[in-house]
Design a protein around this ligand. Structure first.
Ligand code: GBH
Length: 516
């Protein structure tokens, strides 16, 4: 009797302890009933058919063709995954995953070959129209990005995003998208990673046009944010009432921790966040609007150091601030990794992995942490929750859709255990942010649907849930292990830590039946 009750008590406490662990670690949280899951791609990275069906030349076509050395494996997106000719088959793969939505981008030059509205390409319209129809017929909601880095080359030659004339060109392009697709597309994203386009395309050399000119980067920011605002107003004035959709913008956030816990590094980390993320979010999502005061001050200080008569960052006018404020129905957030920042200081220069002279911040990834194929991508899940909380606090808890999150591997790999661990751990942080912190995150996009052209890294770094065999002309797709686990998470609506790599480095622990 006594022994029996003792055993019972021990067992009961064990169960209690287990549930306590679950609650503490968030392992029992489920995704809210209306939480939406998806996966995503962008046009240049997957479509191929670069000059097929009347498509015009983009700045990425030009860059990869004239300067192949800029790409790690001298490759390009001429064929890529050839999604252009595989609409039906790819939608079946999405259906297999069980996603609620598919995020893809539209190639501007497929719709308007020379960037302007004097000629609308019927084949381009037909391609996206068919894709949208095929998705809807399979119960998958299209989430459409209007601009994911592939600018018409004709417009690049007019100065690209440094030229304010692009505000109108972009608005006219968006108008055609609303007109032709708005009856079926209800979630629009104007720009993918607005500030990255400018920092890395015009200020740096990571994406086309690789200009490396800080002044140009800030001019770009102004054009992009005004173009976004104008498109939002156009939708309100002409389409919203009938089409009843919503418009957002996507931004990339690396979470920045202070290197040392003293005020200069704390300030450096905050400054880096404002500089990389806040720059084009603050104008839309704060009551006051305009660029973040921290950024205005840090660029001004850096400009002074460089003996410039005035700041490189030209402020927005009062009218512009008003025009931009409040122009989004949700905030798209791309998140992959975390780094630590220290201030640069007067004498010492430590160019870190992420070096922002104009933000007085030098930030590096923690190289002791587990990494992806992409050298900048370290697995630090806790930073995800911190980033979501920072966004909640800075911008009065806006609706957030995670428009990208994912992990890269090298080469053709099917047993991608580390990607599974990455998704489990990052999604767990997301659940904590939602359930414990009250962050309004309503959707999640696994990046990417399939292996694709990873910009300057070519085909070396692969983010797909599906592997693509780029050696074969018909680019066959194979579900990686992570595709099965993602499907499982979507169905169960919770994370399944049964699939954990501990002690199973070769993935023998995964025996999920291929249901295709
Ligand atoms: C996303 O950007 C893109 O939207 C997507 O197209 C892409 O496939 C995905 O990332 C995966 O990379 O050289 O040290 O400055 C993420 C933003 C910007 C993150 C460039 C990495 C390079 C680090 N990326 N950054 S560094």
């Amino acid at each position: 009797m006594l022994v029996e009750s003792m055993v019972f008590t021990v067992m009961k406490s064990l169960v209690f302890l287990y549930s306590l662990i679950c609650v503490c670690y968030g392992r029992e949280y489920t995704f809210p009933a209306d939480f939406q899951f998806g996966t995503g791609t962008s046009a240049y990275q997957v479509e191929g058919a670069w000059n097929v069906g009347g498509k015009g030349e983009s700045n990425w076509d030009r860059l990869t063709h004239t300067n192949p050395e800029a790409i790690a494996d001298q490759s390009n997106g001429d064929i890529a995954c050839d999604t252009y000719s595989k609409t039906k088959q790819d939608v079946q793969l999405l259906k297999f995953l069980g996603v609620d939505f598919y995020r893809f981008s539209i190639s501007w030059t497929r719709i308007l070959p020379n960037g302007k509205t004097d000629y609308i390409n019927p084949d381009g319209i037909r391609y996206y129209s068919d894709l949208i129809d095929e998705l809807l017929a399979n119960n998958i909601t299209p989430m459409v990005t209007m601009y994911h880095w592939d600018l018409p080359q004709t417009l690049e030659e007019e100065g690209g995003w440094t030229n304010l004339a692009l505000v109108d060109y972009f608005t006219e392009y968006a108008n055609i998208l609303f007109e032709r697709f708005g009856d079926r597309v209800k979630t629009w994203i104007t720009f993918n990673e607005a500030s990255h386009i400018c920092h890395f395309g015009y200020g740096g050399d990571l994406i086309a046009p690789m200009l490396k000119d800080k002044v140009a980067a800030y001019q770009c920011g102004k054009t992009v944010i005004l173009a976004h605002a104008k498109v939002y107003h156009l939708y309100n004035e002409r389409y919203r009432e009938v089409q009843k959709g919503r418009i957002g913008i996507s931004q990339h956030i690396i979470w920045f921790d202070p290197m040392e816990k003293y005020y200069k590094d704390v300030n450096a980390a905050q400054s880096a966040l404002e500089y990389t993320f806040g720059w084009l979010v603050h104008p839309i999502f704060t009551k006051k609007g305009g660029y973040p005061p921290t950024m205005i001050a840090s660029v001004e200080a850096a400009s002074k150091k460089d003996n410039l008569p005035s700041s490189r960052l030209v402020d927005l006018t009062t009218e512009e601030i008003e025009l931009i404020k409040g122009t989004a129905d949700f905030l798209g957030v791309n998140h992959y990794t975390t780094a630590s920042c220290s201030h640069i200081g007067d004498e010492e220069i430590h160019p870190g992995l992420f070096y922002y002279a104009d933000a007085d911040a030098s930030c590096v990834s923690d190289f002791t942490e587990e990494g992806a194929a992409s050298f900048w991508l370290k697995v630090i899940p806790s930073g995800f929750r911190k980033a979501l909380n920072w966004i909640k606090d800075q911008y009065n808890n806006p609706e957030v859709i995670i428009t990208e999150n994912g992990f890269s591997n090298f080469g053709h790999l099917i047993n991608d255990c580390r990607r599974i661990y990455y998704y489990n751990a990052y999604l767990e942080e997301l659940l904590k942010a939602v359930h414990e912190d009250g962050c309004k995150v309503t959707g999640f996009t696994a990046w990417s649907f399939m292996d694709n052209f990873e910009w300057r890294s070519g085909y070396f770094e692969r983010f797909g849930l599906f592997a693509v065999d780029f050696e074969k002309p018909d680019r066959p797709r194979t579900a990686k292990m992570s595709a099965h686990i993602y499907k499982h998470i979507l169905r169960e609506r919770k994370i399944d830590w049964k699939y954990t790599p501990e002690g199973f480095p070769e993935c023998e622990w995964l025996r999920v039946k291929d249901e295709l």
